[in-house]
Write a protein that binds this ligand. Structure first.
Ligand code: NAD
Length: 358
């Protein structure tokens, strides 16, 4: 499509306020369902994407990461942080923003907040994995870690994986109260458990979504029975895991992109050649997902760039559909593409009077 330079230079920007309006206009359950379908469709065409482990900059309190990918038509990246100590300062553990761009011109077509979008896409990805790996009759999920991601995880599992009851556990009782309050009208039966053991009793899906920059043992080997599906979200950084190694040794492990997950996921605790299955192969029908009722399946989620790409692509359409975005003047658009310097005159011409050396 031919566009004038100035039209190309105005980039749709989805602010946090716009994102909230889009989610509220469409309904959070519908958003999660649509995003799960978009992520699943892109997993099916896995081989059309450029893939690289994300670029991480670690510090004692957290990590800042860049997550790029391209399908040859669009290019996307996300900037995301993970700072488990932030909530004590009144800030989020995870914040993010990202860009989608055209490959043919290199021009951005969307700039967006991605803190909410990450919570939505992480939950939608969990639901996609559960659709293929969880027991078919799964109705009860344990939600261990009731922070920023928790409600999204619960709703995505309800919408896409048949969950009707959620059993909450968090070391912070106020976090459990928050989830119970936020989901009071969701139709989900919510139970506040008194321990992690109590939360997982009778659950077919066990979601761990805690934040601590260390090798934690949120679930020990003797706590996890056969036949469950583990949705491990919080172990997503070197030195940051949630599951006892014994659980990993008796689970069938499914991952997004092995070169990244071996650095960041639960499987950093295993030998580098420990067998894992790429989730996209299950979705594409190349490999089996769950093979028996007694099999313990583990989705070792760390979050991969293609999921953000899927989410940004979904968002570009949703922003256009709802009109909730602002055109952002973020790219220079000189009348003559070679005359970038001359464009400075648009701001009032002071450039010429300041050219001579004082
Ligand atoms: P958050 O800080 O808002 O919430 C974490 C919760 O875990 C807190 O309520 C805390 O009290 C609780 N917690 C800590 N230790 C616990 C323990 N031992 N037992 C029970 N609860 C415990 O963080 P968030 O934004 O909800 O993110 C949760 C985790 O998910 C983080 O580690 C984050 O890095 C990770 N994450 C992963 C992905 C992915 O794609 N896999 C995406 C987003 C976030």
């Amino acid at each position: 499509m031919a566009s004038s330079p100035s039209a190309l230079a105005l980039v749709p920007f989805v602010s946090v306020a716009d994102m909230m309006r889009i989610v509220n206009a469409k309904g959070v359950r519908r958003v999660l369902a649509e995003m799960a379908d978009a992520i699943e469709a892109d997993f099916r065409r896995w081989e059309s994407f450029d893939k690289t482990p994300r670029v991480a900059s670690h510090s004692p309190g957290g990590v800042i990461e860049l997550m790029p990918t391209s399908d040859g038509v669009r290019y996307g990246f996300k900037y995301v942080n993970g700072h488990p100590g932030n909530p004590r300062r009144g800030a989020q553990t995870v914040t993010a923003f990202g860009v989608l761009a055209r490959v043919d011109t290199g021009y951005p077509v969307l700039l967006s907040e991605m803190t909410l979008l990450t919570a939505l896409r992480t939950a939608a990805t969990s639901a996609v994995a559960a659709r293929h790996l969880a027991p078919k009759d799964a109705r009860v999920m344990a939600m261990i870690g009731c922070g920023a991601q928790a409600e999204f995880q619960c709703l995505a599992m309800a919408e896409c994986a048949g969950i009707a009851r959620v059993q909450l556990w968090d070391i912070d009782p106020a976090a459990m109260d928050k989830v119970a309050h936020n989901l009071r009208d969701s139709g989900l039966e919510i139970l506040r458990a008194s321990s992690a053991e109590a939360a997982i009793a009778g659950a077919q899906i066990l979601t761990t979504c805690t934040a601590d920059k260390r090798q934690a043992v949120i679930l020990s080997d003797n706590m996890v029975g056969q036949g469950v599906h583990l949705n491990a979200i919080g172990g997503d950084c070197p030195g940051k895991t949630e599951l006892a190694p014994g659980i990993l040794h008796r689970s069938s492990i499914f991952v997004e992109y092995p070169p990244q997950t071996r650095i960041e996921g639960e499987i950093q605790q295993l030998a580098p050649d420990h067998p894992v299955t790429e989730l996209w192969r299950v979705i594409a029908g190349e490999m089996p997902g769950r093979r028996s009722a007694s099999e313990t399946t583990l989705f070792d989620s760390v979050g991969f760039a293609t999921e953000d790409f899927s989410a940004l692509t979904w968002l570009a359409a949703a922003a256009e559909e709802t009109g909730f975005f602002q055109p952002l003047d973020m790219l220079a658009d000189p009348d003559d593409p070679k005359d970038l310097f001359g464009m400075l005159r648009r701001a009032g011409g002071a450039v010429d009077s300041q050219l001579a050396r004082p």
